[in-house]
Design a protein around this ligand. Structure first.
Ligand code: A2P
Length: 341
C-alpha cells in the first residue's frame, strides 16, 4: 500500500499511548503526519516514531481535521468530550475506553473475532476497542465457539496493574520497595487497598447486582462481539500485583462435547493464539515471563472438566497493554485503511 495517513494518538504519553507509538513503528503503519496529543503538562515534549521526532501537542487546542485516524487512550471522560469532535471533523476514532462500547451504532471489534463489524464505523466515525479482559478471552474462545458452540463462560481474572495506567505501576513498585525495606508508611491511592503482596477482588465500580463494572463489561462485550445475546458469562475480576499481563482461569460449558485434544488442535491453528501446554513443571504461560511484549494470546492448562461432561478448562494469558489495548487498536486501524479508507 502506498497511501499514507495522518494519525493522532490521544494520550500519547500514557501507558497505552506509548505502546501504540512503538507498535506503529514496529508494524510500519503508513504514517504521513503523526500528532501525539496529551494534556497541557506534556505539550512540547518530543517523542520518536518511525525515525522522526514529533512534538506532543495539547489535546484541548488540536484541530482534528488534520488527522484521518485518531487512536484514543486518555480515559473515558476525554473520549466522551473529544471523540465526537474528532469524528465530526472527519477523523475516524478508534477508542480504547469503555465510553462508547455499548452503543448500538458503534462497532466493538476484536480483529480475530469480528472484523466484519468494522464496516459499521460509518454510522458515527467511531470504533470501540473492547476491554482488555474481554479481548484475550474471546481470541481464545472464538475457535471453540465456532467448532462446538458455547453456552456459558465462567471466568476469574488475574489482572495486572498496568491496566490502571502509569500511576498504578508506580503505586505497586513504590509500595513493594517500601515494604521490602521495612517501611510500612505506604501510599494507597489508585486502589482501595494495598496492592503490593496482596490481591484485590474489585475492579471498576460496583453495580446494583453485586458484580463490578469490569465484570459486567465482560458480559456485555462478549454478547455484542459474538452477536449472541444468549451466551452466559459469569466473571470475577481480580487485581493482582503483576506489572504486565492479564491471566484468566476460564471454564466453559459447550453446546457439544469437545475433548481437550480436539480443543488443543483447534487452538493450535487459530490466528493470534499460541498454545503452550505441556503437562510438566513450567509447561504453561505466565503473564510476565511469557505474554509480556508478545502479540499472541497464550492458552495453557487445557483440560476437560471432571465435574461436567461438556465442560472445558483453559488458562489464558495475554499482554494487557499490547493485545488488550494498543495492538488490537492498531490491528483495527490496519483493516480500516486496507478495506475502507
Ligand atoms: P499527560 O501525560 O499529559 O497527563 P495513563 O493511562 O498511563 O495514566 O495515561 C493517561 C494519558 O492520558 C496520558 O497521556 C495523559 O497525558 C492523558 N491525559 C490525561 N488527562 C488528560 C487531559 N485532560 N487532556 C489530555 N490528555 C490527558
Amino acid at each position: 500500500m502506498s497511501k499514507k495517513f495522518d494519525v493522532c494518538v490521544v494520550g500519547a504519553t500514557g501507558a497505552v499511548g506509548e505502546t501504540i507509538l512503538s507498535i506503529l513503528e514496529q508494524r510500519n503503519f503508513p504514517i504521513n503526519n503523526l500528532y501525539p496529543l496529551a494534556s497541557a503538562n506534556s505539550a512540547g515534549k518530543k517523542i520518536m516514531c518511525q525515525g522522526k521526532q514529533w512534538t506532543v501537542q495539547d489535546l484541548a487546542s488540536f484541530d482534528f481535521s488534520q488527522a484521518q485516524i485518531g487512536l484514543f487512550s486518555a480515559g473515558g471522560s476525554i473520549s466522551k468530550k473529544y471523540a465526537p469532535i474528532a469524528a465530526e471533523a472527519g477523523c475516524v476514532v478508534i477508542d480504547n475506553t469503555a465510553h462508547f462500547r455499548r452503543d448500538k451504532d458503534i462497532p466493538l471489534v476484536v480483529p480475530e473475532v469480528n472484523p466484519h463489524a468494522i464496516a459499521g464505523y460509518t454510522q458515527r466515525n467511531i470504533i470501540a476497542n473492547p476491554n482488555c479482559s474481554t479481548i484475550q478471552m474471546l481470541v481464545a474462545l472464538k475457535p471453540i465457539y465456532d467448532a462446538v458452540g458455547i453456552e456459558r463462560i465462567n471466568v476469574a481474572t488475574y489482572q495486572a496493574v498496568s491496566g490502571s495506567g502509569k500511576e498504578a505501576i508506580t503505586e505497586l513498585t513504590d509500595q513493594s520497595a517500601k515494604l521490602l525495606g521495612g517501611n510500612t508508611d505506604i501510599n494507597v491511592e489508585v486502589y482501595p487497598k494495598q496492592i503490593a503482596f496482596n490481591v484485590i477482588p474489585h475492579i471498576d465500580v460496583f453495580q446494583e447486582n453485586g458484580y463490578t463494572k469490569e465484570e459486567m463489561k465482560m458480559v456485555w462485550e462478549t454478547q455484542k462481539i459474538f452477536e449472541d445475546d444468549n451466551i452466559l458469562v459469569n466473571p470475577t475480576a481480580v487485581r493482582v500485583p503483576v506489572l504486565y499481563g492479564h491471566s484468566e482461569a476460564i471454564n466453559i460449558e459447550t453446546k457439544k462435547k469437545i475433548t481437550a485434544t480436539e480443543a488443543t488442535e483447534i487452538l493450535s491453528k487459530a490466528s493470534g493464539v499460541t498454545v503452550l501446554d505441556i503437562r510438566e513443571d513450567g509447561g504453561y504461560a505466565t503473564p510476565f515471563t511469557d505474554a509480556m511484549n508478545h502479540d499472541d494470546t497464550f492458552v495453557s492448562r487445557i483440560r476437560e472438566d471432571i465435574s461436567y461432561e461438556k465442560g472445558l478448562n483453559l488458562w489464558v494469558v495475554s499482554d494487557n497493554i499490547r493485545k488488550g489495548a494498543a495492538l488490537n487498536t492498531i490491528q483495527i486501524a490496519e483493516i480500516l485503511i486496507e478495506e475502507y479508507l
